[in-house]
Design a protein around this ligand. Structure first.
Ligand SMILES: NC(=O)c1ccc[n+]([C@@H]2O[C@H](COP(=O)([O-])OP(=O)(O)OC[C@H]3O[C@@H](n4cnc5c(N)ncnc54)[C@H](OP(=O)(O)O)[C@@H]3O)[C@@H](O)[C@H]2O)c1
Length: 219
């Protein structure tokens, strides 16, 4: 089966593409580096022809609310419209555990994405994962200056490989119209996760702890 993987060159997307291929599917990668910009729709025409399903693992590299909402709103609308026009019958979207409860700017974008999927033209499945074990490293590397601000909250990290397997397994199954969860096996606090915060090969960084307020905690 032809399966479009939006964001198929990213951390999770590349794993999904590998797993779909191993399962005998034909992944079609949608990414700017493959000539498709989902926010504008450029390069999308005809790209989804013959795709029966779409896995959406796109991402925007901003934690601010406006760019995050702008990205997920435009990319999701363009993707769903093109997939519906091409006759696709299932969209599988990766989201985040706790997306309803956290008011970080990025989460507004993810909530917008979920809303568009739930109310969109295609039967859908949403998988909500916790943070990947692989998540902190690019965050630390990408930070400017000697300090990195990290949330202090409890999290239950999961392996990106496990999440990619769950997404790939969703292909060929019926849409569930539910938000499934994919948490890791045990909880830990960010600054102690993973053990490699001060990697000898990486730039020296100090971690500043901060608290993220959940919506339910606000007066
Ligand atoms: N990281 C975590 O711990 C975690 C946990 C739970 C859920 N998630 C969710 O998982 C998803 C994927 O995260 P990730 O870390 O794998 O992302 P990533 O490594 O940053 O990859 C993002 C992908 O999106 C593509 N992309 C970005 N802008 C695009 C555009 N305008 N048009 C087309 N493609 C575009 C990128 O390719 P190009 O740059 O070539 O365009 C790339 O393939 C996100 O939605 C995130 O919310 C992440």
């Amino acid at each position: 089966m032809r399966v479009a993987v939006a964001g198929g060159t990213g951390l999770i997307g590349a794993l999904v593409v590998r797993k779909l291929t191993a399962a005998g599917h034909e992944p079609v990668v949608l990414a700017r580096s493959r000539g498709v910009d989902l926010t504008t729709g450029a390069g999308l025409g005809g790209k989804l022809d013959g795709c029966e399903e779409v896995v959406d693992v796109t991402n925007v590299l901003s934690v601010r609310r406006k760019p995050a909402v702008g990205f997920f709103a435009a990319a999701t609308r363009n993707l769903l419209d093109a997939a519906a026009t091409a006759g696709a019958r299932h969209v599988i979207t990766l989201s985040i555990v706790g997306v309803d409860d956290v008011d970080l700017g990025y989460y507004f974008g993810k909530r917008k994405q979920e809303e568009l999927v739930r109310t969109g033209p295609l039967p859908w499945t949403i998988l909500r994962a916790t943070q990947f074990h692989e998540f902190p490293e690019p965050l630390v590397d990408g930070a400017r200056g000697p300090f990195v601000v990290v949330p202090q909250e409890l999290t239950q990290p999961v392996s990106a490989d496990e999440v990619a397997s769950a997404l790939a397994r969703g292909s060929g199954r019926s849409p569930t119209a539910t938000c499934g969860r994919s948490p890791g096996p045990s909880g830990s606090r960010w600054p102690t996760w993973p053990a490699g915060w001060s990697r000898p090969a990486g730039p020296a960084r100090s971690c500043c702890r901060c608290a993220c307020r959940a919506r339910s905690a606000r007066p």
